[in-house]
Design a protein around this ligand. Structure first.
Ligand code: BGC
Length: 755
């Protein structure tokens, strides 16, 4: 504590003692904070400054090559700005104590962690949660994650991941919000607000808010052939119109940090990309927080082939705009030498350090470096019953009902039904959290079997069980046993899917069908003639063309997290009427990938009513449409959308159009529907997508209830980055649809924009 006091006394040193910097624009814009930052900076040696720009992993959980350097000597010398993967109040406190009490200046450490979809209470994977289209829910789960993580010593999460993903082979689709920039942006905002507690920088000072990190800037999700870390080969047009919007929105929502991506963009790896990290991020978008590289991103500039050695890589990274080096130890090793050789300036170092110190001030770490380290709070907070309840709610809302022939689902509790519970995922707990499970305990996750037993406890439904096969393996005997159980039952409920570590980082697949044993099991069960309801657990959209044709009911469960079994049982039983809608289109086969709804038209578009006409942009062996489109998902009730009306058909620069529709619950159950508005700009200075989501509302309706839903269309909503990469709306005609999914064309209207 002594050192902290000495620093705070120095903070009153008048500002005129310090050279005024022109390059640094603070995140808070607050003069007092700026003065405090400059005061600390003025005390630091070049070496100490570079230390602040270095982050090390405690290696308690790692996601890449472990660096040979043991970070402790650096910590003891006050040469570390941040540590990640250090967990538990005790563990974190021990390191903070060294930094604060045993080093010359006592600057507190920023502790980071990948809190992606929960910390101890694990929520559905982000891709699943996005399917809820429920922004309040996503904000709430991010808040809970922040509550838990900060109660365990952490101050920084490497989330949200907002990379647009169009390729389900890429394992990291599980971490994002799918293929759409509009929805992706709204979700990015909700998550940033949830983590940081709001846009105002003052909320960072609360003990239960966590600094967020928008990643991976930029276009990491565009990895060619769905292979992780691969080149993102994109035009600036697509970058600006498709990939950039969620990062930009997250920054506008106040995200304090940004992570550079591993991949190259425009021939230059993001980590060395000045255009990306400085021109676009700071000069165009006005980002004022700090940039951290991804794990060893600087070292990787050597194998990328843009730096001859790590020293040059460190120089390129600093000049491009990276303030902190994650685990690579390149800044700590080479920046001082580069400075002495006059290859970089002290001002370049100062700017980065100011950005990092400012965040530490805003979080309140200089006032109390131990503020997140409180065992009592930790015991009171982690896995609180309310948190588990929210997680259960999130599961039920994330599930997507893809097919439900003859209303096989729900399996009503009051009916005398014999149900065979089958499949390798039925009693499985360890897969439910999916990848990036924070500090979740895989053994504590509620299996689907357990959830069903609980929810159907006092019901008339009788269950029998057989596993049938392993996730990746089978014997004829195990399949026969499942068939025997099936034959004695009225309905088969089969839980299948991928192992959790088949998605996530460095987990890409070229075959995205169910493994052979699971397919054999399903085919054997199909022969029994019994109705089958399938629950699919996966971290990506799978190729389920066979299943879609041959199975009666399908629920896409994704990886549902620690309360998974309960949420699934809530949907199977009808206690919750499913309302999830896909945020990534499902392909018919791998050859179609990427298949996404907001594609460009081509000069030879296929007429979907007459799709086999020759010399059109099509396949001769498959349809060009997806198996299940973006926005799609069924309910146990039905809805109609009718009477689309626009209050005017001409939009003016300062004007707006109000579109209204009547939405009716036409079925027998209460339920939620996501009313989706899509637009098409018919003629532009560049080609425009055949459809773009421009609004949505999730509403709850009682049976037969009708409600009018309104959308407001403004010129701002329709703007895009045109031929000169500037945001424009061009005069001309537009089409508008209000529908239940991206392929539904029943309600269409025309309008035009006139200057
Ligand atoms: C991942 C990042 C993650 C980092 C730290 C990297 O390999 O790409 O998303 O935040 O590791 O765990």
């Amino acid at each position: 504590m002594k050192k902290i006091i000495s620093i705070s006394l120095l903070l009153i040193v008048p500002i005129f003692l310090f050279s005024q910097n022109k390059v640094w624009k603070s995140y808070s814009g607050d003069r007092i904070i700026e003065q405090k930052v400059d005061s600390v900076l003025s005390l630091m040696t070049v070496k100490e400054k570079i230390g602040q720009m270095s982050q090390f992993s405690a290696n308690w959980s790692v996601t890449g090559p472990v660096m040979p350097d043991n970070f402790l000597p650096y910590l003891k010398k006050g040469l570390i700005g941040s540590i990640f993967n250090a967990v538990t109040v005790d563990g974190v406190r021990e390191m903070q104590k060294i930094a604060v009490e045993k080093t010359r200046l006592g600057i507190p450490i920023l502790f980071g962690y990948d809190v992606i979809h929960g910390y101890k209470t694990i929520f559905p994977i982000p891709l699943a949660e996005a399917c809820s289209w429920d922004l309040d829910l996503m904000k709430q789960t991010a808040r809970i994650a922040a509550e838990e993580a900060t109660a365990d010593g952490l101050s920084w999460t490497f989330a949200p991941m907002v990379d647009i993903s169009r390729d389900p082979r890429w394992g990291r689709v599980m971490e994002g919000a799918g293929e759409d920039p509009f929805l992706g942006s709204q979700i990015a905002k909700a998550r940033v607000e949830g983590f940081q507690g709001g846009k105002d920088w003052r909320s960072l000072k609360e003990t239960n808010t966590i600094l967020s990190c928008v990643k991976h800037f930029a276009a990491y999700g565009a990895a060619e052939s769905g292979r992780d870390y691969n080149v993102a080969e994109l035009s600036e047009h697509t970058l600006r119109n498709v990939y950039f919007p969620p990062y930009k929105t997250a920054i506008e929502a106040g995200a304090g940090t940004v992570m550079a991506a591993f991949n190259e963009v425009n021939g230059v790896p993001s980590t060395a990309n000045y255009w990306l990290l400085t021109k676009v991020l700071r000069e165009e978008w006005g980002f004022k927080g700090f940039v951290v590289t991804d794990y060893t991103g600087i070292n990787e500039l050597v194998p990328h082939g843009v730096a001859k050695d790590e020293k040059q890589a460190a120089m390129l990274a600093l000049k491009a705009g990276n303030d902190m080096d994650m685990t690579g130890a390149t800044y700590i090793k080479y920046l001082e030498g580069l400075f002495n050789e006059k290859k970089i300036t002290e001002e370049q170092i100062n700017v980065a350090v100011r950005r990092i110190l400012e965040m530490k001030f805003l979080l309140g770490l200089f006032d109390d470096p131990y503020k997140y380290m409180d065992e009592d709070r930790s015991a009171r907070t982690i896995r609180k019953p309310e948190f588990l309840e929210t997680a259960r709610k999130a599961v039920a809302r994330s599930l997507v009902l893809l097919k439900n022939d003859k209303q096989l689902l729900p399996i009503e509790k009051n009916k005398h039904t014999k149900v065979a519970l089958l499949g390798p995922m039925m009693k499985n707990s360890i897969n439910l959290n999916g990848e990036w499970q924070g500090r979740g305990d895989r053994n504590k996750s509620v299996s689907i079997y357990k959830g069903l037993m609980d929810v159907y406890k006092n019901s008339n439904v009788k269950f029998d069980y057989a596993k049938g096969c392993e996730i990746d393996g089978f014997t004829s005997k195990s399949i026969d046993e499942a068939v025997k159980v099936a034959e004695k039952s009225d309905v088969l409920l089969v839980a299948v899917g991928e192992d959790f570590n088949w998605s996530g980082e460095a987990a890409c697949r070229t075959n995205i069908q169910l493994p052979e044993g699971q397919q054999k099991l399903l085919k054997a069960l199909k022969k029994t003639g019994k109705p089958i309801a399938l629950l699919i657990l996966s971290g990506r959209p799978l190729d389920i063309s066979w299943e879609a044709q041959n199975i009666d009911a399908i629920v896409q469960v994704w990886f549902p997290g620690s309360q998974g079994g309960y949420g699934v049982a809530d949907v199977v039983s009808g206690d919750y009427n499913p309302s999830g809608k896909l945020v990534m289109s499902f392909p018919r086969n791998v050859g179609q990938i990427p298949v996404y709804y907001n594609q460009k038209p081509t000069g030879r578009p296929v007429d979907l009513k007459n799709p086999t006409v020759d010399y059109k942009s099509r396949y001769i062996d498959a349809s060009i449409t997806s198996l299940f489109p973006f926005g799609y998902g069924l309910s146990y009730t039905t809805f109609s959308i009718k009477n689309l009306k626009l209050d005017t058909s001409v939009l003016r620069p300062n004007g707006r159009i109000v579109a209204t529709v009547d939405v009716t619950n036409t079925g027998e159950r209460e339920g939620e529907v996501v009313v989706q508005m899509y637009c098409r700009d018919l003629v532009g200075s560049t080609t425009r997508p055949i459809k773009e989501l421009k609004g949505f509302q999730k509403i709850n309706l009682k049976p037969q209830e009708k409600r009018q839903v309104q959308f407001v269309i403004t010129p701002e909503l329709l703007k895009y980055y045109g031929i000169n990469h500037k945001k424009v709306i061009e005069p001309g005609d537009f089409k508008l649809w209000i529908s239940q999914n991206s392929a539904d064309t029943t309600n269409v209207a025309d309008f035009s924009y006139k200057e």
